[in-house]
Design a protein around this ligand. Structure first.
Ligand code: NAD
Ligand code: IPM
Ligand code: MN
Length: 357
């Protein structure tokens, strides 16, 4: 059956429990879709074509800057409720230049959603010829979520905080992912300076020797590790690291593997829906021009199919379709002249021909 012949899913939002792709009687998956701001809706338009092609039902919800402008809050109650009720959440990007640094910001909605869903493990793969890195970033703790404020003397502060269980659960994910990849784990910290890094290194070292003795483990300091990503990315396998370090290192890893237009992510908790989103932001400089690269968004859909819905074969098919599409269609960030929808067209064509083989 062709991808276009399967076009029906978004009418299904009224009746999200009929599943055509898995046969009648099987509960249908439902995805909460958050297009967000800037290039977000542009790349999400391509993602929902793919959801349609796979017969996955979805509903769209206000989130980020657009929600602030319309409702005064980046994460409306209705949106949060829809995300909690969904099998998975697909987010494009949030952020509006006019709201940067304001008391109420789109990014607060994203941090709130991550925290509410308890998605503490953020998987950020970075692949290119000879490079296969998996960054496992802690997502709901550390500097982002520690106490912050303004002291009486006028000093502004953010604090980096971690409890032992918070480090243990992300370290466990790191070891398990490294083990599943038959790879190695590099734990990245700043133990020469930061107090929390001493806890981090201690926990990872202890868990390595007591629970994962067969996973090769090493430790690196974040500053020189940033250089290693640039100079010797092929030597890196699985990385586990603190929230802020992971934010920065994952953009660097994206840069050495083709750029932010290609980099996808999956944020997972222990239960409940996962959150799937590109690593990139709302790219205001190119918003509205129809030239954003939708590959990172579509690869995030592949991660959603795999980790969110357990549709491993469909995930692999989509990954291959994106790779194939990029051979013939590339947006300006990759040096080409294709538009966002040209790449979407090419992905759907590649999916279609894989299905009819
Ligand atoms: P950005 O990721 O939006 O853009 C960085 C650079 O990458 C820009 O040159 C941009 O044009 C390019 N780029 C990003 N995505 C692209 C794509 N799909 N195709 C082609 N080029 C692409 O980062 P920024 O400029 O630092 O941030 C802009 C806004 O996005 C800010 O408000 C920030 O807070 C927000 N942001 C949101 C998320 C998110 O929602 N997950 C992530 C990062 C940044
Ligand atoms: C990311 C983004 C977010 C982060 C912002 C927008 C809150 O940069 O997902 O990498 O810092 O985590
Ligand atoms: Mn980031």
């Amino acid at each position: 059956m062709s991808a276009s012949a399967l076009h029906l899913a978004h009418e299904d939002t009224t009746n999200p429990r009929d599943d055509v792709s898995q046969g009648s009687g099987v509960a249908m998956s439902h995805v909460a879709v958050l297009p967000g701001d800037g290039v977000g809706p542009e790349v999400m338009a391509q993602a929902v074509r793919v959801l349609d092609a796979f017969g996955i039902g979805y509903s769209e919800h206000a989130f980020g800057g657009n929600a602030i402008l319309a409702q005064g809050t980046p994460l409306p109650e209705e949106t949060l409720a829809a995300c909690r009720a969904a099998d998975a959440v697909l987010l494009a990007a949030v952020g509006l230049p006019e709201l940067e640094g304001q008391p109420v910001r789109p990014e607060q909605g994203l941090l709130g959603l991550r925290k509410e869903l308890g998605v503490y493990a953020n998987l950020r793969p970075a692949r290119a010829a000879g490079i296969d890195i998996m960054i496992v970033r802690e997502l709901v703790g550390g500097l982002y979520f520690g106490e912050k404020g303004i002291r009486e003397d006028g000093t502004w502060f953010d604090t980096c905080e971690y409890s032992r269980p918070e480090v243990e659960r992300i370290a466990r994910r790191g070891f398990e992912i490294a083990e599943a990849r038959a790879g190695r784990l590099t734990s990245v910290d700043k133990v020469n300076v930061m107090h929390t890094s001493r806890l981090w290194r201690d926990v990872v070292t202890q868990m390595g020797s007591s629970q994962y003795p067969d996973v090769p483990l090493d430790h690196a300091l974040v500053d020189s590790f940033a250089m290693t990503i640039v100079q010797a990315p092929e030597t890196i396998d699985t990385v586990v690291t603190e929230n802020t370090f992971g934010d920065i290192l994952s953009d660097i890893a994206a840069a050495v593997t083709g750029g932010l237009g290609l980099a996808a992510s999956a944020s997972l908790g222990d239960d409940g829906p996962g959150l799937f989103e590109p690593v990139h932001g709302s790219a205001p400089q190119i918003a509205g021009r129809g030239i954003a690269n939708p590959a990172a968004m579509l690869r995030s859909v592949a991660l959603l199919l795999d980790h969110g819905l357990g549709r491993t074969a469909d995930a692999a098919a989509l990954e291959r379709a994106v790779d194939t599409a990029l051979e013939s269609a590339s947006t300006p960030d990759l040096g080409g002249t294709s538009t966002t929808s040209d790449v979407g067209d090419a992905v759907l064509r590649a999916l279609d021909s894989a299905r009819t083989l």
